[in-house]
Design a protein around this ligand. Sequence first.
Ligand code: PEP
Ligand code: MN
Length: 344
Amino acid sequence: MIAVLKQTATPQQLEHFVEWIENRGFKTHVSQGDAKTIVGIIGDTSQIDPFLLESMSIIERVQRVSEPFKKANRKFHPEDTVVDCGHGVLIGGGNFQVMAGPCSVEGKNLIEIARLCKEAGATMLRGGAYRLRTSPYAFQGMGEKGLDLLLEASAELNMPIVTEVIDPRDVQLFVDKSIDVMQIGARNAQNFTLLKEVGKTTTPVLLRRGVAGTIDELLMAAEYIMSEGNPNVILCERGVRSFETRARNTFDVNAIPVLKHLSHLPVVGDPSHATGYARYVRPAAYAATAAGADGLEIEVHTCPSEAFSDGAQALTPEQFSDAMRRIALIREAITADLDATGDE
Ligand code: PEP
Ligand code: MN
C-alpha cells in the first residue's frame, strides 16, 4: 500500500505518520521527491482501512498495490481451481457445465423439467426451495419439501443439484441432506454471517454477484467463504443494477474474463437473471460462453406463463435445447487449438 502525502506535510507530521504505521506492525519505506513524499507500507495491509488513512490531514491519497483477497487470488494460485460438484461433474479448468431448471421448485413438475433439461444437455439441476424475494408477498419457496423434491430428481437422473441457502441456520440442514452445491443469492452476497457459515463446510458454493456489487466485493465475499476453510467456490456473474431499464439487469460480460484473470475460481454466467426476458437469454448465454465462462446457469420451465417466479425469463425446453446446441458450437470455437499467437 502506498500513501501519498500532501505537499503541506511537515517533517514532524511525516515522522508521526511513520511511527503510527510502524506501531501497528508494518514496515515503511519513505521516498521523498521534489514535489511529493510517498510512504510505502509493507506487510499484510489487508488489515488497514485506506479510508481511515485518507481521512488524515496530511494524506492526499492512498493506493493499494496488492489486492486484499488472498485465497481467491490467482497470483498465489496460478492454476485454475476445479470444483467437484458431485455425481462425477467437475467445473473449472476446462470443464464446462450448464445448470438448468426452474427458478423455484414448485412441486411435481420438477422432475419433468429436470428430465427435459438433462436431455438437452444440462449437467446440473437448479431450483430454489428457499426463496429471497424482493416482495414479502411473492412466493417464498417450498422450503425443506422443495429440497426433497430436488434430491429425488437428482437421484433419479444422476445429476448434482444447485439450490439456494438463505439463512445461516439452514446450512447444517443442507449439509445433512448432502445438497451438492449451495447457492448464495445476489441479495445475500454480503451477508457475511451466511458466507462464514457456508465457509465452515466443504460443500461447493455458487456465489452470485451482489445486485450492485463490484467485482472486488464479489472476490472479497469469496474470500469470506475460503478464509473459513472451504475452497470450493464458484463465482457467478448474474447482471448488476445500472441506469438501464430495458432489461432486468445489465449483464457485465466483461466480468467473466476479469474474474478469470484475477481469480483461479470457476466463473459461471447467468443470462436469465442478467436479462430478465426470455427473448434476450439466448444471446446473453452465447456471449457468456464466448467470453470464457466455465459454465452457465439458465432458468427453464415447461410453462413459463404459469411459473411461480421469474416466468418472464424462463426458456421453454425447446428453446433451451436449441441454445445448448449453439453453446456447444461456441465452446468448440473458443477452445479450438489454432496454434494462435497472442495468448496472454
Ligand atoms: C435465482 O437464482 O433464482 C435468484 C434469485 O438469483 P439472484 O440471487 O442472482 O437474484
Ligand atoms: Mn430466478
